[in-house]
Write a protein that binds this ligand. Structure first.
Ligand code: 13P
Ligand code: SF4
Length: 306
């Protein structure tokens, strides 16, 4: 039997021996952060995936993130840490639905949040992440934008890029929409000196009341740099724990105890161990045509996001 520390040491030894790069999304647990080569938001992970020198990349996160790594590095072996870890938002819209919408709006540029399947990305024009969406939408020449699937993130972008005509569809993150205006009122009453930091996947009624809106990395950077001492965190609750580790002199409170992404929480340190051992996870394999067409969408994001 291993202790957590012994298991971590074994993972670190094995990843070096087997030339594995471990990428972890910020919503992974702290014991996984400690063995990862890189931790970040979706945009940071995409950039890191393209730069990794190892032959194998293990993505500790959800399926669309591992698919993004495979699209950017087809020559690498790419593993998803837990085969059941999907993103429900990524499954909300499919090729058939969006093909129909495109027929109705032929002169619109289709902007896909990176939380979409590879198949859907093949018929979209450009991907965005929460940290790159505003800049990328500003950089698109066309005035008409169809933004899918997250209408809350899309509205947050539309409010900042008034020169564009942005059409939204009804999709979103089932985890972030659990937080309401009522949660904000309760948290502000309990912690009157705290600053409210939220993810743009939150409902507009929550975003409108926040002091800062940004990606997971954006929220963490803001809290670390701020002179304030107390923060209410409106995103997946693992960020509360990570910030508490990184800033022991500050206090962090979850906006709602219900903001837990069960898919992100599926991966355990034991899964990571099985993956580096070669007996766990799922190897991501994509058809060449899907990989190439979806790749255009992701590469355009990396170009326009610079
Ligand atoms: P970011 O990593 O871009 O902040 O997005 C959060 C998220 O929900 C990932 O699934
Ligand atoms: Fe998907 Fe939301 Fe979970 Fe992110 S937090 S993986 S968008 S369900």
């Amino acid at each position: 039997m291993f202790t957590t520390r012994e298991l971590q040491d074994e993972i670190i030894r094995l990843k070096k021996e087997k030339d594995v790069c471990i990428l972890a999304h910020a919503y992974q647990s702290h014991d996984i952060w400690e063995v990862a080569d890189y931790v970040g938001d979706s945009y940071g992970l995409s950039k890191q995936a393209a730069a990794a020198s190892q032959k194998t990349v293990l993505m500790c996160g959800v399926r669309f993130m591992a698919e993004t790594v495979k699209i950017l590095s087809p020559e690498k072996k790419v593993l998803l840490s837990n085969p059941d870890a999907g993103c429900p938002m990524a499954e909300q819209m499919d090729v058939e639905l969006i093909s129909g919408v495109k027929e109705k709006y032929p002169d619109y540029t289709v902007v896909a949040y990176i939380n979409t399947t590879s198949a859907l990305k093949t018929i979209c024009d450009v991907c965005v992440t929460s940290s790159s969406a505003v800049q990328i939408v500003k950089n698109i020449e066309n005035k008409n934008i169809l933004f899918i699937p997250d209408c809350n993130l899309g509205k947050w972008v539309a409010d900042q890029v008034l020169e564009k005509n942005i059409k939204l569809l009804q999709g979103g993150c089932p985890t972030h929409v659990r937080m309401s205006k009522h949660d904000v009122e309760k948290a502000r009453a309990a912690h009157p000196d705290a600053i409210l930091l939220v993810h743009p996947e939150c409902l507009p009624e929550v975003s409108a009341l926040a002091d800062y809106r940004g990606s997971t990395t954006g929220i963490m950077d803001y809290a670390k740099k701020s002179d304030a001492k107390e923060f209410i965190i409106g995103t997946e609750n693992s960020i509360v724990q990570h910030l508490q580790f990184e800033c022991p002199d500050k206090k962090f409170y979850p906006l709602s105890k219900d903001c837990v992404c069960h898919n992100m929480k599926l991966t355990t340190l034991a899964d990571v161990y099985q993956c580096v051992l070669g007996t766990g996870g799922e190897e991501i394999l994509l058809e060449d045509e899907i990989r190439e067409k979806a790749g255009r969408c992701i590469n355009t994001m990396l170009e326009l996001g610079q």
